[in-house]
Write a protein that binds this ligand. Structure first.
Ligand SMILES: NC(=O)C1=CN([C@@H]2O[C@H](COP(=O)(O)OP(=O)(O)OC[C@H]3O[C@@H](n4cnc5c(N)ncnc54)[C@H](O)[C@@H]3O)[C@@H](O)[C@H]2O)[C@@H](O)CC1
Ligand SMILES: Nc1ncnc2c1ncn2[C@@H]1O[C@H](COP(=O)(O)OP(=O)(O)O)[C@@H](O)[C@H]1O
Ligand SMILES: [K+]
Length: 529
C-alpha cells in the first residue's frame, strides 16, 4: 500500500507540475483541454508509470480533495493524501464510510489535512469543495467493488457528475480528477458502467491493468491510464485476464513484409465485392484500404459504374475474376437486394469462405471480411477465418436477426458481451467498431483504442475492411493453418487504421480517403520500429 500511495502521490505531483509549467495556471481543467483529441477523456492513452520525485513542497498551495471509501482503495488514497499534504498541498478528505483505513487516516491527520467524517458529510459541501479544488482523488472503491455505487457514494458521485456537466456548460474550470486504481463504480472485470462514475483525467492503477480500464464503455471514463509498479509482476503490455491491447511490436509481428522470393500472388490477392451504383464510393474506399495496406493485387468486382470509378482512382486494380487469398464483402452493398449482381457475387464468395461449395468451383476456402450488407446475407455458420465488422447499430441488427431483443444502446453499454454473443452465434471472428474497437475470436479479446474521434467519418469503415482484407491475404496460409490468428490480425488492422487516422487527422478533420493514403507510412514506421 505504501508503494501504491507513493506512486499515486508522485503522479499527482507530476501532473500538477506539468499543468503549471504548461500554462502557469493552477492544475484545474478547462474543458477543451481536459479531453483527449478524440473528445473522450483519454481513451487509449496508455502510458508507463512516471518516476519523478516528490521534492520539497512541490504541491504548495494546491487544493486537493480526497473522496475516501471504506476499503484499501480508500487506504491508498489516505496515504497518498498524507504525502501530498507533506508536499504542501491543502488537503481535505471526505470520509464516505463510518470506518476507513485506520493507519491511513492517522497518517493523513498527522500530515495536517482537514478530515470531514461521515457523520458530518453533506453532499452540497462535497460538491462545493470539489468544484473549488485543483485536484480530486477518487478513492471510493477499487477492485473490491461490486455493482453500481451504493449510498452515500452513489449519491455523491451522481451530484458530482451533474456539477461537472454544469461546469462544462458554464465554461467553468473543473478539478483534475485522478482515479485511484480504477474510477469508482465501473465494472472492473467487464468494462460496464452500472451507475454513476466520476470521469477521470488520469487513472493510476496498481500492478497491472484491470479489464474495465481497457474495455468500453468504462474505458472512456479512465482518462490516461498509468500502471504503477507496486512490486507485483509487470505484465508485458496492457494484458489482463482474457483481454489484450496490441503493442507496436505485436502489430509489426502480424504484418508481412515481402522478401526477395515474393511476387504479387505470394503477397496475397484481395477480392473486393463492394460498392453499387447507389454507393460506388464504398467500393473505391474498400479498394483503397486493400491497395494501401500492401495487397499484391486487388481484384475489384462489381457493376461498371463502380469498377470504372475504382480504376479511375486505382489503375493498378484488376476488375476480372480469378483466384484470391481473401475476400472483402459488403461495403456499399445495401441489404435490400437492389443490386442482384453484387448479391450474387457475395453469396458466391461466402460459399467459398464457408466451404459449402466445392473448391473446384470456388477456388478454395479463404479468409474474408464480411461488412455492411453482406452481414445480412449469412446462411451458414461461419468459420473463425471470417471476420464480421459491424458497428454497434449493425451488430444490433445482426443479433435481432438471430432472435435477441437488443438495440444499439444495449450494444454500446455492453460491447464485449454482445461481440462475444455474436462470435458464439455465428462462429465468425467479430470486430465491433467504435472509439474502442473490440475483437473477439476463439482466444483472447482484443480491445484497441488507437484512433482519434475524427475517424468517425463516412467511409472510414470501408477503408478498414480493405486494410483487413490485405492483411488476411498476406497471411492467408497461416490463418488457414491457425484460425485463431484471425482475431490478432483483425486487431492489428484496427491499429493500422487508427494510427493512419491519427496521422491523417493531425488534430483536425480528415477523410476516409486520407486515412487510406496514410496507411503505408504507418506500416513503414511499424516495420522499421
Ligand atoms: N494486491 C492488491 O490487492 C493491492 C490492492 N490495493 C488497493 O486495494 C484496493 C482493493 O481494496 P479492497 O479489497 O479493500 O476493496 P475496495 O477498497 O475497492 O472496496 C471495498 C469496500 O467497498 C465497499 N463496496 C463494494 N462495492 C460497493 C459499491 N457498489 N458501492 C459502495 N461501496 C461498495 C465494500 O463494502 C468494501 O467495504 C485496490 O483497488 C487498490 O486500491 C493496493 O493497495 C495495491 C495492492
Ligand atoms: N469516437 C470514435 N473515436 C475513434 N474512432 C471511431 C469513433 N467512432 C467510430 N470510430 C471508427 O470509425 C470507423 C467508422 O466505421 P463505420 O461506422 O463502418 O463507418 P462507415 O460505414 O461510414 O465506413 C470505425 O473504424 C470505428 O472504429
Ligand atoms: K477508485
Amino acid at each position: 500500500m505504501d508503494r501504491a500511495a507513493r506512486a499515486l502521490a508522485r503522479t499527482v505531483l507530476a501532473d500538477v507540475a506539468r499543468r503549471r509549467s504548461a500554462g502557469g495556471a493552477p492544475p484545474r481543467v478547462r474543458f477543451a483541454g481536459s479531453l483527449a483529441s478524440d473528445g473522450l477523456s483519454g481513451t487509449g492513452r496508455v502510458r508507463p508509470a512516471r518516476r519523478s520525485r516528490a521534492v520539497g513542497r512541490a504541491a504548495q498551495g494546491v487544493r486537493v480533495v480526497l473522496l475516501v471509501g471504506p476499503g484499501n482503495n480508500g487506504g491508498d488514497t489516505l496515504f497518498a493524501g498524507a504525502h501530498l499534504a507533506t508536499a504542501g498541498a491543502r488537503v481535505t478528505a471526505f470520509l464516505v464510510a463510518g470506518t476507513v483505513h485506520g493507519p491511513g487516516l492517522a497518517a493523513l491527520e498527522a500530515a495536517g489535512a482537514e478530515v470531514i467524517a461521515r457523520s458530518e458529510l453533506r453532499v452540497p459541501a462535497v460538491v462545493e469543495h470539489v468544484s473549488a479544488a485543483d485536484v480530486v482523488l477518487d478513492g471510493l472503491v477499487g477492485i473490491g467493488a461490486r455493482g453500481a455505487l451504493r449510498p452515500p457514494s452513489g449519491g455523491i458521485v451522481r451530484a458530482l457528475v451533474e456539477a461537472r456537466a454544469a461546469a462544462e456548460v458554464a465554461g467553468s474550470p473543473w478539478p483534475w480528477v485522478v482515479a485511484v486504481d480504477t474510477p469508482s463504480g465501473i465494472g472492473v472485470d467487464d468494462g460496464s458502467v452500472p451507475g454513476p462514475v466520476l470521469a477521470a483525467d488520469r487513472t493510476v492503477t496498481f500492478g497491472a491493468y484491470k479489464p474495465g480500464l481497457l474495455l468500453p464503455p468504462a474505458a472512456h471514463l479512465a482518462g490516461a491510464v498509468e500502471v504503477a509498479d507496486v512490486g507485483l509482476r509487470r505484465e508485458h503490455g496492457p494484458q489482463v485476464a482474457g483481454t489484450l491491447r496490441l503493442q507496436d511490436g505485436e502489430v509489426s509481428a502480424v504484418l508481412r513484409a515481402p522478401g526477395v522470393r515474393d511476387h504479387k500472388y505470394t503477397r496475397g490477392v484481395v477480392g473486393v465485392v463492394a460498392g453499387t451504383d447507389k454507393y460506388p464510393g464504398a467500393g473505391v474506399l474498400a479498394t483503397a484500404g486493400a491497395v494501401r495496406a500492401g495487397a499484391g493485387m486487388v481484384r475489384a468486382l462489381g457493376p461498371a459504374g463502380v469498377t470504372d470509378r475504382i480504376l479511375d482512382r486505382h489503375p493498378e486494380v484488376v476488375t476480372a475474376g480469378g483466384r484470391v487469398q481473401s475476400w472483402v464483402l459488403g461495403p456499399g452493398i445495401p441489404s435490400d437486394g437492389s443490386d442482384a449482381g453484387q448479391d450474387r457475387r457475395v453469396y458466391g464468395a461466402l460459399a467459398a469462405v464457408t466451404g459449402v461449395l466445392d473448391a473446384e468451383v470456388t477456388g478454395g476456402v479463404v479468409p474474408a471480411v464480411i461488412d455492411a450488407g453482406a452481414m445480412a446475407m449469412l446462411e451458414h455458420r461461419l468459420p473463425e477465418i471470417a471476420v464480421l465488422t459491424p458497428h454497434a447499430g449493425e451488430l444490433a441488427d445482426l443479433m435481432r436477426g438471430l432472435g435477441h431483443e437488443v438495440g444499439r444502446a444495449d450494444i454500446e453499454a455492453e460491447p464485449v458481451r454482445w461481440a462475444r454473443a455474436a462470435q458464439r452465434a455465428t462462429g465468425a471472428t467479430v470486430l465491433l467498431k467504435g472509439a474502442v474497437t473490440v475483437v473477439v475470436g476463439s482466444g483472447v479479446t482484443f480491445t484497441q483504442a488507437d484512433a482519434p474521434a475524427w475517424l468517425a467519418t463516412a467511409g472510414a469503415g470501408d477503408v478498414l475492411s480493405g486494410i483487413l482484407g490485405a492483411l488476411l491475404a498476406a497471411r492467408a496460409g497461416d490463418v488457414l493453418a491457425d484460425p485463431a490468428l484471425t482475431s490478432r490480425i483483425a486487431a492489428a488492422a484496427a491499429v493500422l487504421h487508427g494510427r493512419a487516422a491519427t496521422l491523417a487527422s493531425a488534430g483536425g478533420p480528415t477523410t476516409a480517403s486520407a486515412v487510406a493514403d496514410a496507411v503505408p507510412r504507418v506500416m513503414a514506421g511499424l516495420l522499421a520500429g
